[in-house]
Write a protein that binds this ligand. Sequence first.
Ligand SMILES: [Zn+2]
Length: 249
Amino acid sequence: MEHPSHWSTFNHSWDYVTVNAADLLAIWEHGRQLAPLRRARLFSALEPADTRGAPLPMGASGARMLHLRRRLFGSDIAAIAHCPTCDAALELSMQVEDFLAAANDDILAATHSVDVDGRTLHFRLPTLEDLEAIDPSLPIADAQTQLLLACVSDHDRAHAIHAEAALLTEIARSDPLADPHLALSCEACDEHFTVAFDIAAFLWREIEAWSARLMADVHTIASSYGWSEAEILALTPTRRQVYLDLICA
Ligand SMILES: [Zn+2]
């Protein structure tokens, strides 16, 4: 069964952040003003520039977010998902590479095609920009139709409307990283279920938690030593931790 996921991070190792602390804090400050899809585009854009110039298929954006996640916090993903039947917490241990392995190498091809009712339907893969362009108040079925129509030429629209299911299946097959799901089973009640793994939302929660902790550390150090935020952020994580240990000793 399909169930909305309730992901939360836990047991995070915070010493992996390899990006300048002040820069990541600025990203957090900017990101909190953005809607989730716009934030996902920000994350995708933080990886080195794509030479193609066109909006990326969602799975390619997802791959870029995974690379960013690895650069910030490492490969190990520890998360908790809740069983939809008994609410037991399932501790999950995954790797960034597990998701990247699902990516389709063919994803950047400009057009894809599927044969439906004896006719070939050409389409491009949906992008984050396509999703952002959809009125969020639309019922899900209408939003889905609008998304599909954005991905076919005018000439193929009438055919696409009658081939929505085939088109959706082919898009999911062509771009598995666009909407990654995990198949899980609950040891407590033996329920089998799948959960969606929203890469951008997961990464955002990690950045929020990291920022909250960093600002608490800045507060503690500034209160004791009177140093400025910039001075404290410029310290290496190791030195910041030594000062925190001294303050708490
Ligand atoms: Zn269960």
